[in-house]
Design a protein around this ligand. Structure first.
Ligand code: GLN
Length: 213
C-alpha cells in the first residue's frame, strides 16, 4: 500500500503554484524545490513552464542542472510542461542552450508561430481515457523529431505535443491551467508505479537506489 508520493515542483522560474495544487488534487504531496539537495527526498519531479533559456542559465549557475541530470538519469520520474519539455529534450532545433536532457527528442521552441502564440485546443489523448483533454498552449514548443523509445501521447496539427519515455512525461501545453486533472493523475500513477518498483527491489534485497551520489 503506497501513501501519498512526494512530488517536487521546480520553483526556480515560471509557474509552479498551479502544479502544486493539481498534484495535491490527485493524491500527491507537493513541495517546491529550489536547491539541489531538495531533490534527494522526492518520488517525482515537475519541471514547469516558463522561459527555458533563463531556467538553463539559473540552473547551470547553481549546480542544479548537473544534479537534475543525475537524478533523472537514476530514474526519478519527471514531468516537464512547455519549457520543462524543452529542458528534458536532447536538443532544440536552434541549439545553443543549456538543457537537462534525458528524452530522445529534438524540440522546436515557439513552434506554433507568433500569430498563434497562445491558444487552446481539445486534444485526443487516449492514454488518459474519456473525453478530449483541454490544452492551453503558451508560446509552446512541439517535438520535431524523436527516437523509437519515445511514445507520442497526443498531437496538435500533426505535431507531437505530449509524449512519454520510461518514467519521463512531457507536454507542450499547460494542464495545470485547466481544471482537468487527468494528465497530472497520469504522472502521479507513473510516480506510484516507480515507488512500488523500488520497494519491490528493496524487498528482494536489491541495491537501495538513491537519486544522488
Ligand atoms: N517559449 C518558452 C521557451 O521557449 C516556453 C513557454 C512556456 O513554458 N509557456 O522556453
Amino acid at each position: 500500500m503506497i501513501g501519498r508520493p512526494q512530488v517536487g515542483v521546480l520553483a526556480v522560474q515560471g509557474a509552479f503554484a498551479e502544479h502544486e495544487e493539481a498534484l495535491r488534487a490527485v493524491g500527491a504531496d507537493a513541495c517546491q524545490v529550489r536547491i539541489a539537495d531538495e531533490l534527494d527526498t522526492l518520488d517525482g519531479l515537475v519541471i514547469p513552464g516558463g522561459e527555458s533559456t533563463t531556467f538553463g542559465l539559473v540552473a547551470a549557475r547553481s549546480g542544479l542542472l548537473e544534479r537534475l541530470r543525475d537524478v533523472i538519469g537514476a530514474g526519478l520520474p519527471v514531468f516537464g510542461t512547455c519549457a520543462g519539455m524543452i529542458m528534458l529534450a536532447r536538443e532544440t532545433t536552434a541549439g545553443g542552450q543549456a538543457l537537462v536532457g534525458g528524452m530522445d527528442t529534438v524540440v522546436r521552441r515557439n513552434a506554433f508561430g507568433r500569430q498563434v502564440a497562445s491558444f487552446e485546443a481539445d486534444l485526443d489523448m487516449s492514454v488518459v481515457g474519456g473525453a478530449p483533454v483541454p490544452a492551453v498552449f503558451i508560446r509552446a514548443p512541439w517535438i520535431e523529431t524523436h527516437g523509437p523509445r519515445v511514445e507520442v501521447l497526443a498531437s496538435c496539427g500533426g505535431h507531437p505535443v505530449a509524449a512519454r519515455q520510461g518514467d519521463m512525461l512531457v507536454t507542450a501545453f499547460h494542464p495545470e491551467f485547466t481544471d482537468d486533472r487527468r494528465v497530472h493523475a497520469l504522472f502521479v500513477d507513473m510516480v506510484r508505479a516507480s515507488v512500488a518498483r523500488r520497494a519491490a527491489d528493496d524487498a528482494a534485497g536489491g541495491a537501495v537506489r538513491v537519486w544522488a551520489q
